[in-house]
Design a protein around this ligand. Structure first.
Ligand code: 5AD
Ligand code: SF4
Length: 511
């Protein structure tokens, strides 16, 4: 839906508290569903940058005496969108709560990447029905990637009438208006724009914690890997201007953050959409490494766009971490071709060789999909052999999940689910083996750990991460939280490390 359609929609949908809910009209003239087809059309229009977000006067105080609760599913991009929505809620005068039962507004910030992610959300939508019955004034909204899919919106319209709002990933800045409409209207408020193009710079954010922060550097993805829904739900690639990013990172450094992660669906395409400057991720990292912040990471990379300049800059080390997440998806050139990944097994291995040559102690992690339509046993074995050849520290592994609207979902598939599951198990056995071997190397070593807080399973222990993103649990004083301390590893397990602090904390306390 575009701006004009939204205005028309609003007129027909004008708040009328007395009208009974009548969803049939959404299917007639009024409601224009989000369209994956429209989302695929990449406009030539320039990206517009806005710095004019403000909460309209009439909405100030909307949240007085009310609480909000946001449940976030999926990736760091969603986590960060939640921080923005929380910022808007606070601007409207709401208070945060971490109990859905206490909230006056509940948002589900959803993920569409695989079917099981969506099933979880529909499960939660079902659960919330009872709460809505108990508290009829409660507003429930569905946002994030699932709301960009017409099938999801239609299902909610048909079956889940207790949902009050559905809004898309390009509509977050419209949250005050959407809430206002939801309070005024008995009907479900739906605002999902299929196409986008703009970057809004000055949205408020409430960051979770004060140790690590995410910084968006770009939005969207134009890669259209044949299995992936993201280019449809997140729109076209558009980069934030370098100055805005650098200013945000400087500000975070001044506030004492210890780590930032630069975020994008395909960060290596950063800057490709600028037509006035030649500026890529390597250039950006080269600037950011000069900022006084101890740890800088980025995610997620696409091997195709990972260029030599970026490798050269990463090799300078310093605050640029020696860990690169480099999704490969498959070790078979034929499968990669069907996935439209735009690189071969050999090209990927060549990239790995270059990275290792430039950054000898680098650790690599990856994402892999098994059971792609028609994947043969030999092709799967190529994935296993590539895994060993690269020597990843660990990986996220998935069974292929067809996503409606993507090219792969239309492919006939001769691989039975039992075979897919068995392949996943075989791959995971290799992942475990290599992870355990990589962890063994840490035995008796001293590592730098950014301490994030108490350990999940034992409040007497602290937990944090190494520069290579490995979890370390150790005994140490609470004053170490938020600091980078030296820890000696006493016990290397498959997925985490145990250790003890070796540093005198005077130094830490002075900081
Ligand atoms: N099925 C299974 N896994 C998928 N991913 C993305 N789309 C799908 C899908 N349809 C995985 C990829 C990606 C990660 C974030 O999720 O491995 O890198
Ligand atoms: Fe999806 Fe990543 Fe491929 Fe983009 S590059 S289509 S986000 S898998």
């Amino acid at each position: 839906m575009n701006e004009q359609q939204r205005l028309d929609n609003q007129r027909v949908n004008s708040p009328d508290k007395k009208s009974a809910k009548d969803y049939s009209k959404y299917f007639e003239a009024v409601y224009i569903p989000p369209s994956l087809k429209d989302a695929k059309k990449r406009g030539k229009e320039e990206v517009k940058y806005h710095n004019d977000f403000s909460i309209q006067k009439e909405f100030l105080g909307m949240g007085t005496g009310r609480k909000f609760y946001i449940r976030t599913y999926g990736c760091q991009m969603n986590e960060h969108d939640t921080e923005v929505m929380a910022g808007i809620f606070l601007g409207l005068g709401y208070e945060v709560t971490d109990q859905a039962e206490d909230a006056n507004v509940i948002l589900l910030n959803t993920c569409a990447i695989r079917e099981n992610a969506e099933n979880k959300v529909f499960g939660e939508i079902g659960h919330l029905k009872a709460l809505k019955r108990e508290k009829p004034d409660l507003l429930i909204g569905v946002c994030g990637c699932m709301s960009q899919e017409e099938s999801v919106v239609n299902k909610i319209l048909e079956k889940h009438h207790h949902i009050d709002m559905i809004f898309g990933t390009h509509n977050i800045h419209r949250l005050p208006n959407i809430l206002h409409e939801a309070y005024m209207s008995k009907e479900m408020v739906i605002e999902v724009w299929s196409k986008e193009g703009d970057v809004i710079e000055n949205l408020p954010k409430v960051r979770r914690g004060n140790i690590k922060a995410w910084v968006n550097i770009m939005y969207g993805c134009d890669k259209f890997c044949t299995y992936c829904i993201v280019p449809y739900t997140r729109g076209k690639e558009r980069s934030r201007r370098p100055d805005d990013i650098i200013q945000e990172v400087r500000h975070l450094a001044a506030q004492g953050y210890q780590e930032i992660t630069l975020l994008g669906q395909n960060v290596n395409a950063y800057g490709k959409d600028f037509d006035d400057i030649q500026y890529g991720l390597g250039d950006l990292m080269d600037e950011i490494r000069k900022i006084d912040i101890p740890r800088v990471r980025f995610t997620t990379s696409h091997p195709r766009d990972f260029d030599d300049h970026l490798i050269e800059v990463l090799a300078k080390g310093g605050n640029l971490m020696d860990h690169i997440h480099l999704p490969v998806q498959s070790g078979s050139t034929d499968v990669l071709k069907i996935m439209a990944r735009k690189y071969t097994r050999e090209q990927y291995l060549e990239l790995v060789r270059k990275i290792k040559a430039a950054i000898p102690n680098v650790s690599l992690t990856t994402d892999i999909i098994v059971g792609y339509p028609n994947e043969t046993e030999e092709q799967f074995e190529e994935t296993l052999s590539l895994y060993r050849e690269v020597g990843y520290e660990t990986a996220y592994t998935f069974i292929y999940s067809p996503r409606e609207g993507t090219p792969a979902a239309k492919m006939t598939d001769n691989v039975p689910m039992a075979v897919k599951k068995e392949r996943l198990q075989r791959l995971n056995a290799v992942v475990n083996e290599l992870s355990a071997a990589a962890m063994k190397k840490y035995q008796d070593q001293i590592v730098d750990v950014l301490v994030e807080g108490e350990s999940k399973n034992n409040p007497d222990m602290l937990a944090g991460y190494t520069s290579k993103s490995r979890l370390v649990n150790f005994k140490g004083p609470k004053t170490a939280i938020g600091k980078i301390v030296k820890v000696k590893i006493t016990d290397a397990k498959t997925w985490s490390l145990n250790g003890e602090i070796v540093e005198e904390l005077q130094q830490v306390e002075v900081n």
